[in-house]
Write a protein that binds this ligand. Sequence first.
Ligand SMILES: Nc1nc2c(ncn2[C@@H]2O[C@H](COP(=O)(O)OP(=O)(O)OP(=O)(O)O)[C@@H](O)[C@H]2O)c(=O)[nH]1
Ligand SMILES: [Mg+2]
Length: 530
Amino acid sequence: MMLKTFRRQCPAAARNFLCASRIRGISTVTPSDAQRNTIFALSTPPGKAGVAVIRVSGPDALDVWKRIIRNARRRGDLGNGIYYQPEQRKMEKCKIVHPESGELLDDGLAVFFRGPKSFTTEDVVELHLHSGRAIISAVLSALATIKSCRPAEPGEFTRRAFLGGRMDLTQVEGLRDLLEAQTDTQRKLALRAAAGDMRVRYEELRTQIIHCLAMVEALIDFGEGEEIEEGIYEQAQVEARNLLRAINGHLNDSRRGEILRTGIRLAIFGPPNAGKSSLLNFLARREAAIVTPIPGTTRDVIELSLDIGGLPIIVADTAGLRKTEDLVESIGIERTKKAVQDADVSICVLSLPEMLNSVVSPSKGKTSLITENTCFLLNKADLLDSTIPTASLGVASQLLERAMGKEANGEKMEAAARWENIWAVSLQNGKGTEEFLQSFAKSLKHRYDISADDNVLNDSYTPLITHTRQRVHLESAARFIEAFLSTPPEDVVLAAEELRYAAQAVGKISGLIDVEDVLDVVFKDFCIGK
Ligand SMILES: Nc1nc2c(ncn2[C@@H]2O[C@H](COP(=O)(O)OP(=O)(O)OP(=O)(O)O)[C@@H](O)[C@H]2O)c(=O)[nH]1
Ligand SMILES: [Mg+2]
């Protein structure tokens, strides 16, 4: 029989035959990935730098140590195949050598973590080398020659930490956000999640649901009146109602956590030539957009990521709003409208002198874009009589109100005034701009519940939801609790089932149960070596 057919028809026998022939030396064994269960990767960015860290994790990490580490003060091989054991969690100065040829690859430091007291919960070796491309590549190639080792997949170290129970999914997400954090607020938010803050809060919710479930299950097991207090079902319903209120409180958070994590979307809009692109350039502190005296200079949406007072902002400069027959410009204007509607906050830039001379009505054609999330920047104050105080909120808001006249939506204006979001500036000579920036950052912090003084996220206001995945599961938990609340005591078995589903939904957030399908989604954005 041809070997191929034999393999297909009797896979197990073929495996045995192949193994036996390899043992007899007919061919060399190439271990599968499952057999090469010790992984390695560079955990620092590649390139020229002071230090590079290569991580090795898995059942054979200690064996890797013995094969490539030579400690000047201790003899590696103590005879009779006995090697010295590295001290745990202690950096050792050493030479790193090729496991086969013994060639010196680098002089460095190494540290051994005995599982489960390591990041991955497995045995881990960390090699601290000089960071140079040739050194890194030589050490990685040397590790690849060890049969039990293979290069790690992106996020595989963290995946092992999760599977080893070292972290839950909210911590994994927090760690990923931490690596991607661009601003101070993002760093603080991510750090809390990575440290297990959210894990504890979600666990509390789950425990409370399980407590309700336990009461209902007690009824099923014993029945009302039998060794069990009266009104237990009602008690479970009261607890569930309080729980539902708490969950809804988190769900109705205006997506604070998600917005802070991904960045606050800010759209700049207004009539042509008002100074929108000048504002973008001022915020970016560089000539990011073209500024000219020709109305209609900006035709498309220009987006930039910025850090304003520690907050992550994705700012969009847009085409000026006006009636036009020009096809390109009208496409640009449609895009402007979409950008403003999709934004979390918007700034309507108007020319103060033109407003006063009634050349433009600020509300014309833009009323639908003005919401309680809109603020106003009244620009070109330098062109006015110097008696008008540029940064005076009172004067500016009066001007705006007067200019908007009856067309202004009273309620929206009130909301706008409450948020103190009207400023008068000159983007050309800089007058009032720094005050505007400080005041704008302050109002954003107020809006997203971030303490203005030290820019620390308020303890009690740290958002619980930072990812859509978490929101989806929490929404489904809320639906199951609602279903429980509307189930009469006669259907106690059904009621218990609803609570069980609610607990499962919250459990999926931390990944404590049934998460195979979400793992790939959560880990896919990690880099190799993490
Ligand atoms: N005097 C004065 N001129 C300004 C001020 N800010 C901007 N300008 C000028 O106004 C003109 C238009 O500025 P832009 O920033 O391009 O205005 P825009 O709103 O982006 O215009 P479009 O892209 O055409 O919609 C330019 O010539 C700027 O130099 C200001 O505070 N005072
Ligand atoms: Mg422009």
